[in-house]
Design a protein around this ligand. Structure first.
Ligand SMILES: [Zn+2]
Ligand SMILES: [Zn+2]
Length: 107
């Protein structure tokens, strides 16, 4: 009874995305989309992820070089149902909603 990604009590845990900043282990909540025109094709999009603390410094780092395209909220995808929603979430709102809202009857 060992289903991958499902804990003993049946709550699926989402893998946390770590900030791209060196030495930072916080969960990322932003995605920085960038492209270096000297080495990347114009339609190529590179991404960094950042926590709240590093969003600005990483964005500035790319922006001064003219690489920054845009900053988006990080979305995570549930490995169980495939739903995507903004980070940070420790569990899937869809699966969790199904679990807690299952069956309307309450005794
Ligand atoms: Zn960080
Ligand atoms: Zn789900």
């Amino acid at each position: 009874m060992n289903e991958d990604g499902v804990t003993a009590d049946g709550v699926n845990e989402l893998e946390e995305v770590r900030c791209s900043a060196k030495g930072c282990h916080r969960g990322a909540v932003h995605v920085l989309v960038w492209n270096n025109p000297k080495v990347h094709a114009p339609d190529r999009e590179k991404t960094w992820v950042a926590c709240d603390d590093h969003r600005q410094s990483l964005a500035d780092h790319l922006d001064v070089r003219g690489f920054l395209l845009r900053v988006e909220p990080l979305r995570v995808t549930c490995p169980t149902c495939g739903a995507s929603f903004p980070a940070p979430q420790s569990s899937c709102p869809v699966c969790d909603g199904l679990r807690t809202g299952s069956c309307g009857s309450r005794e």
